[in-house]
Design a protein around this ligand. Structure first.
Ligand code: NDP
Length: 241
């Protein structure tokens, strides 16, 4: 059966790899993005995956976006809540604007998108919701009170909605990646990577976006129906909860 999958922030970084993995699995995939048209168009040209531009932090925009995707591809079976941003600073210097931006994009978005697909999944008796958290939501991180709070909240959201949805054939899980070699992490100076970050990772290297995509692909499978409310850590052993 061909499943329809939506990957928020599916045009760049980890989301880019997730979109491709789900397409290779046989899904009809929609990739959403916020504003980087150049990257999105390049992604679409390379993969043939349709792109949808809307702010996942804005409920009305999500309503319109989800309606368009369902009209183009069909009812949504798999939702990967991947879009996220960082706005780092110590709490004593953090602006209200940067707190709000991170909560809006990383947490409100997960309510918005999941709320808009969950009723359809319930009525059809199948669904896969996969939320991309972070190692820093598991352990906290200096300079990231906003990001750590939003990413930790995804764990509670996941467990609550997993309980509500289990009897309807819907699984809800969370993946908590560690340091992944995306543009964001590769922008860190090499010396800092080598001396401050890599020594913390027992596996001795950064993860790849494809390794996170592999976790998504596993959890999205029809055969993964007994796994729900779980957190899959993909962090090279950096944090063992
Ligand atoms: P990138 O910055 O590479 O890509 C982010 C994607 O999200 C882009 O497609 C971007 O669109 C989209 N996006 C951002 N804000 C919005 C918004 N308001 N509405 C819609 N789309 C939006 O991120 P990464 O691939 O590095 O991260 C992906 C996820 O993984 C995030 O949730 C992040 O927190 C998490 N993560 C990342 C880690 C890492 O090491 N990279 C580690 C742990 C977790 P556009 O291109 O238009 O900007």
């Amino acid at each position: 059966m061909t499943r329809v999958a939506v990957v928020t922030g599916g045009t760049r970084g980890i989301g880019h790899a997730i979109s491709i993995a789900l397409k290779n699995k046989g899904c009809r995939v929609a990739a959403t993005y916020a504003g980087n048209d150049t990257a999105a168009r390049q992604f679409q040209a390379e993969t043939g995956i349709p792109i949808y531009k809307f702010d996942v932090g804005d409920y009305a925009a999500c309503q319109e976006g989800v309606t368009r995707i369902a009209r183009d591809l069909g009812p949504i079976d798999i939702l990967v809540n991947n879009a996220g941003i960082t706005r780092d600073s110590m709490l004593h210097r953090m602006t209200k604007e940067n707190w709000d931006a991170v909560i809006h994009t990383n947490l409100d978005s997960v309510f918005n998108m999941t709320r808009l697909v969950i009723e359809g999944m319930r009525s059809r008796g199948f669904g896969r919701v996969i939320n991309i958290s972070s190692i820093n939501g598991r352990k906290g991180q200096t300079g990231q009170a906003n990001y750590s709070a939003a990413k930790a909240a995804l764990l509670g959201f996941t467990k609550a909605v997993a309980q509500e949805s289990a009897a309807r054939g819907i699984t809800v899980n969370v993946i908590a990646p560690g340091y992944i070699a995306t543009e964001m992490v590769m922008a860190v100076p090499k010396e800092i990577l080598d001396t401050k970050i890599l020594p913390l990772i027992p596996v001795g290297r950064l993860g790849t976006a494809e390794e996170v995509a592999r976790c998504v692909s596993f959890l999205a499978d029809d055969a993964a129906g007994f796994i729900t409310g779980a957190c899959l850590d993909a962090n090279g052993g950096q944090y063992m909860a």
